[in-house]
Design a protein around this ligand. Structure first.
Ligand code: NQM
Length: 353
């Protein structure tokens, strides 16, 4: 067996394995084989550390940054549950919440006394995020009193400040060139502000948008309709054939009912999220703030260039502060996450790698 140093962390409302790039094979194909052995190749991930769910089947590969303006490079790898393969197309803003602590713990970044700002180059998209990590006495602090929906208890806050994330994967904020498109007779808004997402009115797909994730996951007719729209939207968003990709994510939207600004149920992309992804939420909120989008008349978006928008989801809400310029582009997105070190040690994979 090959012993690979690793940490397991909860990052936001996800959980993943964190590796130094230097501890994995340089060759990408070999690296991905080691990652599959580490997380698990089958649907239950019985022979790996993954949890058999997209939110617990994630990996961060971290190294000192190749860019002078950043401290670390962070590559996100999604192990596609049950399909024995990985997808590196999207970012993950939840796993991102843990990479600052991981970098400090592993000596890639020197901790300051108080707060350490870790400047992250998100390799999947080439975008940047600055993380404020709590480091009293130059040590990472995990305990604290910040709470986020989808995670029990409280922990130290990690403030994530995203910069210029429009067109993260598709190269353009509205990748079809339109604020609205129609696929299979359903009006949608396709957007990429950190994550390619397709917004659809839940009522247009015959559901309320207030169902639980389990109820929606059991609705095979709905899932087939969503996948058909996703395949067409993927082509129109310049993502090509998305059959084997985990983007675009698919968000059903409805009127807010719990004090938020818009209600969401998001498929990532074939399983309904029990909450919502970080960058997925940023994309939904950005779309909702644009004139003529499919959520017009549904979302209740605040006025002003700096807006705090709350996206309701199956287990609570997700708030972020978006700063818009004169052209209605989001120049900054600030949000709160937490992270916790769960384990560190060596992980064993078959030697023939
Ligand atoms: O959108 C789920 C999650 C995510 C990704 C997903 C994420 C993001 O909850 O930035 O965080 O959309 O697959 O971790």
């Amino acid at each position: 067996m090959l012993a690979v140093p690793y940490m397991q962390m909860r990052g936001g409302s996800s959980k993943g394995l964190y590796f130094l790039a230097s501890d994995l094979p340089r060759n990408e194909a070999l690296r991905d084989q080691v990652i599959l052995d580490a997380v698990g190749r089958d649907a239950r991930q019985i022979d790996g550390l993954g949890g058999g769910n997209p939110l617990t089947s994630k990996v961060a590969v971290v190294s000192k940054s190749s860019l002078p303006e950043c401290d670390i490079d962070y590559l996100f790898v999604q192990v596609v549950v049950g399909e024995n393969r990985v997808d590196t197309s999207p970012n993950c803003g939840n796993i991102l919440a843990g990479v600052g602590a991981f970098a400090i713990e592993n000596g890639l970044v020197d901790a300051q006394d108080g707060i350490t700002i870790v400047r992250v180059n998100m390799v999947n998209s080439g975008n940047r995020c600055d993380l404020d990590v709590q480091t009293p006495n130059q040590k990472v602090q995990y305990e604290g009193d910040a709470a986020i929906d989808g995670v029990p208890g409280t922990a130290a806050p990690v403030i994530c400040n995203y910069k210029d994330i429009a067109g993260s994967i598709t190269g353009i904020l509205l990748p079809t060139g339109n604020i609205k498109d129609t696929f299979d007779g359903v009006e949608v808004t396709c957007i990429d502000n950190g994550m390619p997402v397709v917004l659809m009115r839940a009522s247009d797909l015959g559901v309320s948008g207030y169902e639980s994730a389990d109820e929606l996951n059991a609705n095979e007719t709905l899932k087939a309709k969503i996948e058909s729209i996703r395949l067409q939207a993927g082509e129109a968003m310049n993502l090509g054939d998305v059959t084997d990709k985990v983007v675009p994510k698919m968000s059903l939207i409805a009127r807010p009912v719990d004090g938020g600004h818009i209600c969401s149920r998001t498929f990532i992309p074939r399983v309904c999220h029990t909450a919502i992804g970080v960058l997925g939420a940023v994309s939904v909120a950005t779309a909702a703030a644009m004139p003529g989008n499919v959520a017009e008349g549904i979302a209740e978006v605040p006025e002003g260039d700096v807006k705090t928008i709350s996206v309701e989801h199956p287990s609570g809400e997700f708030s972020m502060t978006l700063t818009f310029d004169q052209q209605n582009n989001v120049t900054k997105a600030g949000l709160l996450r937490t992270a916790r070190l769960l384990a560190r040690g060596e992980l064993f994979v078959p030697i023939n790698k």
